[in-house]
Design a protein around this ligand. Sequence first.
Ligand code: PLP
Length: 359
Amino acid sequence: MPRSTVARIDTDAIRHNYRLACRRAGAARAMAVIKADGYGHGIARVARALAEDAPCYAVASLEEALAVRNEGLTQPVVLLQGTHQRDDVEVCAREGFQPVLHSDYQLTWLQEASEKPSYWLKVNTGMNRIGFAPESLATRVDALMAVPVFASTLQGFMTHFACADDASSPETEEQTRRFEAAVAPWPDLQRSVGNSAAHFLPGQALFDWSRPGIMLYGASPVLAQTGPELGLQAAMTLEAPLIATRWLKTGDCVGYGGTWVADRDTRMGIVAVGYGDGYPRHAGTDTPAAVGGKRIRLIGRVSMDMLAVDLSAAPDAQEGDAVELWGGQVSVDEVASHAGTIGYELLTGVTARVPRLYR
Ligand SMILES: Cc1ncc(COP(=O)(O)O)c(C=O)c1O
């Protein structure tokens, strides 16, 4: 019998969230960002779930793009970091992948390739990760436009926001302004700026293509709000069984380091999940979980394969019951904030030993 610690994936929720992204994107089309194994949900299954809806996918690497093609899906796949190897350029051309080129060495590879893919240019408007400086863009584009094959395959321009999760930050408006100014000379080419968070910024221009990632999976892209508060549905439920229960007496301590001490007699449970499954070790006492429809809390330290919960709020809970670590009852955003991290890290960090079960 396999261990019943599982990640249940609800592909209907992914479709619901994608459609919400489309509504919020207005006239822009949404390329579904499914990198990092579909943010931990399984890239092939996520791509298939969105096959009828998404006109385009976006990934980080050639391997991820090939995983989409292996499903028989024919939509363009955008490679957000461009090509990592010289030979990848021709693979892109053959497979219909669109690299987002951010550096001169990638332009050289493009020029030298025997087959040319459609491509985008990345503009660095303030994130300072990758991309051409706005003031250096015209030289590159003019040189490309002078050669018919590079002029006809240039799709457009992309930039990425650093602070879109924070509606009070002036940075997104500033980046948008820099981007618009930088690409203004080529009004016929496409423009793409917005990650998930940008879909929730009032009045934010998303131009031709938005790029929703985390919101497709139901986690929040926005500071201090959970996915459900934004109308998103959790796509992953991380679930594990209660494998032991016991009564602790006042003064008994729990787990490694004995960091949690019972201040009254307490019924506790042990859940078969830990940091070996990707549950964050930094989620401490009071991190929420749920059993039998009741919210309970973690106590003590998370170990590799187990963690402890206080069952006071769920007196009927028994060995064998399924505990939700995150999902529809406990948002991954809440767990992440208790662990000092973000939902992105938790969803992508669920380890390979946790089977993904699809609904
Ligand atoms: C260039 C680019 N666009 C879009 C996204 C999607 O971002 P999010 O998951 O915040 O929606 C990412 C994710 O890191 C990205 O790197």
